[in-house]
Design a protein around this ligand. Structure first.
Ligand code: FCB
Length: 465
């Protein structure tokens, strides 16, 4: 072999047809908040209130994707993704939350989807990524009311009956725990819209109960309204319990701990198994939500995929206490990236998959990683480049962990990187950058970071490079 010849690399190869993608969400990228009939969402109101968002920022302009979507789709094509996950803004489609449909709002998504299709990119639309209409907050307090689930289902019908000719992959709701437990939580930090502090834990659980109910009604509405065969998924960010080591006792401990970690027992459990976790209900006692007859049947709908948003996890070990496990907290110098919660734990991706298949008893349910990525303090250097080595390190480790799950035969079908471009990171405003495209917010120029080129090569070779 000549010295300059490099033997072809084949390790960490994904199966043919593995879906490579990237993800975004409407309020985080679109801007154009009062264009073509859109009315405010709770995030417009929340971010306009001083003290809520870092540096007083809002999503008023964000990445101006509403106007620049063609440029952004060109970047996607350049990247080589065949799948793109984005969300549809309810207040563009039904500005008052219920009632009249704003056709001009629907048209924006028609243009976007047609542009994606022209570039052979399959659209995956999330129907709700937190930007609910302010009108419903004013009317009945959004997710505090059961009416929200009914209004959501009507909104879904309006969208799917209009766009179902060109979108066939639907995701009902993104990360229920965030806009319920963090949006209403008595002690939630950083705060999330609508930011209403309810008085009791029971009221918080009631908001997430209404959201899982909305998911179930949404699945039914999609299937009823779609003019074509389609797929339906939930996107969940359940808290992943990772055994401190892969010994039988610690693995059993991680399985048990899954029930009471975060809000798992009241979200992913009823969605997949048709019941709240008994361990959670016991822990909640009088704080458990009111569940009406028939709710659980609605909540547990057949799914074509489950979407997993995984960034980090929680270490667990076996313990000689009543539950048989304990959670281990991270010490301050445990490695993390540019968010307080972004502890680097690649095995969380592997264990997320195993928990769905094994602990939740759904070995046949196809899985998509619908979000994974990290924030880093990116800057443009004097050669005009963004060399985000931390992001490459992070993504490479997580993808290797995912590959392990694929290799062991678990039904992982695809991966969507969060995010295509730097965007409005909720309470952190524009201070935290998750993109593989750098967004210059002054000029709205996009600059591909080193991680963009790295991910492009993974896609090209269909393996972790
Ligand atoms: C997830 C959200 C997404 C983004 C990432 C960093 O929780 O779904 O909108 O903010 O975190």
């Amino acid at each position: 072999m000549l010295e300059h010849e490099i033997a072809p690399m084949t390790s960490y190869q994904f199966p043919p047809g593995f879906m490579w993608g990237a993800a975004t969400a409407s309020y985080q990228i679109e801007g154009a908040v009062s264009e073509a009939g859109r009315q405010p969402s709770v995030w417009d109101t929340f971010s306009a209130t001083p003290g809520h968002i870092y540096d007083g920022k809002t999503g008023e302009i964000a990445c101006n994707h509403y106007h620049l979507y063609e440029t952004d789709v060109k970047w996607m094509a350049e990247l080589g993704i065949q799948h793109y996950r984005f969300s549809i803004a309810w207040p563009r489609i039904i500005p008052d939350g219920r009632g009249r449909v704003n056709e001009a709002g629907v048209d924006f998504y028609r243009r976007l989807v047609d542009c994606l299709r022209e570039h052979d990119i399959t659209p995956h639309a999330t129907l709700f990524h937190w930007d609910s209409p302010q009108a419903l907050e004013d009317r009945y307090g959004s997710w505090r009311s059961r009416e929200m689930a009914m209004d959501y289902a009507d909104y879904v019908t309006a969208v799917v009956s209009r766009l179902g000719d060109r979108i066939t992959d639907w995701m009902t709701i993104n990360e229920i725990s965030c806009f319920t437990h963090m949006g209403y939580g008595v002690e939630a930090t950083p705060p999330h819209a609508p930011g209403t502090r309810v008085r009791t834990a029971k009221e918080v659980w009631q908001t997430s109960h209404h959201a899982v109910l909305a998911h179930g009604l949404g699945c039914q509405a999609i299937r009823a309204a779609s003019p074509r065969a389609c797929t339906v998924a939930l996107v969940d960010n359940f808290a992943v319990t990772v055994p401190i080591s892969e010994s039988p006792e610690h693995m059993v401990a991680a399985q048990k701990a899954l029930h009471t970690c975060g809000s798992n027992g009241g979200i992913i459990f009823p969605v997949l198994t048709g019941a709240y976790s008994p361990a959670l209900l016991e822990q909640l006692g009088a704080d458990a939500p009111d569940i009406q007859d028939g709710d659980l049947d609605i909540i547990q709908q057949p799914l074509d995929w489950l979407g997993l948003n995984i960034y980090s996890g929680v270490y667990v070990r076996a313990a000689e206490n009543q539950q048989g496990y304990e959670f281990l907290s991270f010490r301050d110098n445990y490695p993390r990236l540019h968010m307080p919660w972004l502890w680097i734990l690649p095995e969380a991706l592997y264990w997320a998959v195993r928990h769905v298949s094994d602990s939740l008893g759904k070995p046949e349910l196809p899985l998509l990683v619908t979000e994974n990525g990290c924030a880093a303090p990116d800057v443009v250097n004097n050669q005009g480049e963004v060399i985000d080595l931390e992001r490459i390190l992070y993504l490479r480790q997580y993808l290797k962990a995912l590959h392990r799950a694929v290799d062991e035969g678990y039904p992982v079908r695809g991966y969507f990187l969060w995010s295509l471009l730097d965007n409005f990171e909720w309470a952190w405003g524009y201070d935290r950058r998750f993109g593989i495209l750098y967004t210059d917010y002054e000029t709205q120029q996009r600059i591909p970071k080193a991680s963009f080129h790295w991910y492009q090569e993974c896609i090209r070779q269909n393996r972790v490079v």
